[in-house]
Design a protein around this ligand. Structure first.
Ligand code: E4P
Length: 216
């Protein structure tokens, strides 16, 4: 399973990269706004900076919701760097745009996916990635990880090549469960990635080893 970081914060991207386990980055308008990025020129410049930090795919989301505008916006984003993947929402014009991008050699990440039916449509349109939102499904009193397993089973039976990118990850256990359920990629906040490091028995065991090492 590949690890993407779900942020537009350059320091956090650098920290995950330095850990040696980072395969890519996902962003969305909320994450870009959180970093104070405003205006087309600043957006383009920020994506360039992210692409310089990491070697893998970087998802850049369109703000438009009609077919022609999605295409125009997506073409500009894709021109920034070969690793840019255009992130398109799961709406009717979004599906049409994903099909157009696929036919024109531009890779896409279909976002805001909350059902297996939506995941089938994204794959049929040729999306490189599909992003089911695990945490938001959990918030609505349903099981987000179950959706990952269901999509993985459908894609395997049907031979779809779209990669399952588990999104809206809230903790380290989500990452483990997504790996177990067949996600190809997990996009996570830095805290959730670092949460994988933690176990109290590791801390206790290390303290004992360090204490005994002094007797050697
Ligand atoms: C990433 O592709 C998604 O936009 C992101 O994971 C959504 O996460 P959230 O539900 O924590 O906002």
């Amino acid at each position: 399973m590949k690890f993407f970081i779900d942020t537009a914060n350059l320091a956090q991207i650098q920290e995950a990269h330095d850990l040696g386990i980072l395969d890519g980055v996902t962003t969305n308008p909320s994450l870009m706004a959180k970093e104070g990025i405003k205006g087309e020129a600043a957006i383009m410049k920020h994506y360039e900076a992210i692409c310089e930090l990491v070697e893998g795919d970087v998802s850049a989301e369109v703000f438009s919701t009609d077919f022609n505008s999605i295409i125009e916006e997506g073409k500009k984003l894709a021109a920034i760097h070969p690793n840019i993947v255009v992130k398109v929402p799961m709406i009717k014009d979004g599906v049409k745009a994903i099909k157009w991008f696929t036919e024109n050699g531009i890779r896409t990440n279909c976002t805001l996916v909350f059902s297996a039916g939506q995941a089938i449509l994204a794959a049929k349109a040729g999306a490189a990635y599909v992003s089911p939102f695990i945490g938001r499904i959990d918030d609505s009193n349903w099981d987000g990880v179950e959706l990952i397993a269901q999509i993985a089973q459908i894609y395997s039976i049907q031979g779809f090549k779209t990669e399952i990118l588990a999104a809206s990850i809230r903790n380290a256990l989500h990452i483990v469960k997504c790996a177990e359920s067949g996600a190809d990629v997990c996009t996570c906040p830095l805290d959730s990635i670092l949460g994988l490091l933690k176990h109290p028995l590791t801390d206790i065991g290390l303290a004992k080893f360090l204490e005994d090492a002094k007797k050697m």
